[in-house]
Write a protein that binds this ligand. Structure first.
Ligand code: AFP
Length: 365
């Protein structure tokens, strides 16, 4: 990669340029809000990078609304986000994976123009294994400005998001962001003069997801619970050249959605956490408002697709803050194919690849 010489744009500079067509006051308010979130994520990155040295590993002994054991870093990250949003004059309220209900701002509940929804620490099960983890956020309009927000104020389809992003705490700390004018990628630059805060600089101005791919990500241990269209799609990928796809595919699974989506943003691919038959009343594992919807907006803005199998994720209207949905997203060609398989669920999958070559060898009768 050629050496970059021109000074890189800062987060604020890049966002103001990106929002060139928005009314200046609105643009400034959105930039200020994203800058607040970015600063909180830089703090999370500092603690995550220090790990046990910052006493950031281990569980705190409590469980969140989902019944998941809360990790120290979950709670720390949630605290950094809440403090930053509380201090932001444009934010009326926020909702987090770690709290059952939304929380109105102490000062700006009526005047704030935005609501923020976030997963403070995605991939908690990977913290102690030092595998990439992340923060996911979504900025919604506070439709009933002048009235303090309630949980119902957040029940907007993903298409109503004004901005969405994730921060990946990996070898580098990266932020991938959209304000519905394409997708930008920033890198946290810690090489700053002593006493100065690390700064986000623009490193990829226009992220595009390749339309074709040979890479899929799914938790294969759940295969027996998948529905027919997903069984068929994965079986055909695994069959590779000797199957109907006539090309080989590779598989990945990190168990951190942020890391999976980031890989797709950089080189294409498909990520699937589909509906399965384990708990018919639970349509999926991932949460609509702070996992599926923000990732769907990013992926669609980068030229990819995002669906629950039968409907674009951005069209889904939430009923509750912690609602779960099936998630299938990534390179456009594959998403269109998977949607077509769902549109024809009776398509016989008699082409039993399992008998030929696969991880999923059927037990002999
Ligand atoms: P945690 O934050 O509880 O680790 O869950 C991560 C996640 O929500 C998402 O990031 C992964 O894609 C998915 O769950 C991993 O699920 P499996 O544990 O079934 O692999």
């Amino acid at each position: 990669m050629p050496q970059h010489t021109a000074p890189r744009a800062t987060l604020r500079e890049a966002l103001m340029a990106n929002l060139f067509d928005a009314p200046p006051e609105q643009a400034q308010a959105l930039v200020d809000t994203i800058a607040c979130i970015a600063q909180a994520c830089a703090q999370v990155g500092e603690v995550a990078a220090r790990g046990v040295l910052a006493n950031a590993h281990g569980a705190v002994g409590t469980h969140n609304i989902q019944g998941e054991a809360q990790q120290k870093l979950d709670v720390l990250a949630d605290g950094f986000m809440a403090d930053a949003l509380q201090a932001c004059p444009h934010v009326a309220g926020w909702a987090s994976e770690e709290h059952e209900r939304q929380r109105p701002s102490a000062e700006h509940a009526r005047s704030g123009r935005y609501l923020v929804v976030y997963d403070p620490l995605d991939g908690s099960s990977n913290i102690e294994a030092n595998i990439s983890i992340g923060t996911i956020f979504s900025v919604l309009p506070h439709t009933y400005r002048g009235v303090a927000p309630m949980d119902s104020s957040y029940m907007l389809p993903g298409s109503e998001q004004l901005a969405a992003g994730y921060v990946l705490y990996g070898p580098a700390t990266l932020m991938v962001l959209t304000c519905k004018r394409g997708v930008m990628m920033f890198t946290l630059d810690r090489a700053v003069p002593a006493g100065e805060a690390p700064r986000w600089v623009l490193t990829t101005p226009d992220v595009k997801i390749p339309v074709a791919t040979r890479e899929f990500a799914i938790n294969a241990s759940n295969q027996r619970f998948w529905e027919k269209p997903v069984q068929r799609y994965i079986a055909e990928c695994v069959a590779g050249e000797s199957g109907p796809r006539m090309k080989d595919f590779n598989m990945r699974w990190v168990a951190s959605m942020v890391a999976e989506v980031h890989r797709i943003m950089t080189r294409g691919g498909v990520f699937m956490y589909p509906r399965d038959t384990r708990e018919p009343r639970k349509p999926g594992r991932l949460r609509l408002m702070y996992e599926a919807a923000p990732m769907a907006l990013l992926v669609e803005q980068a030229g990819g697709g995002a669906t629950n199998g039968t409907s674009p994720l951005l069209k889904l209207v939430p009923d509750t803050l912690h609602q779960r949905v099936p998630v299938i997203l990534g390179s456009r060609d594959e998403i269109d194919r998977i949607v077509s398989y769902h549109a024809d669920p009776h398509e016989n999958v008699s082409w039993q690849l399992f008998k030929t070559r696969s991880l999923f060898v059927q037990p002999q009768a």
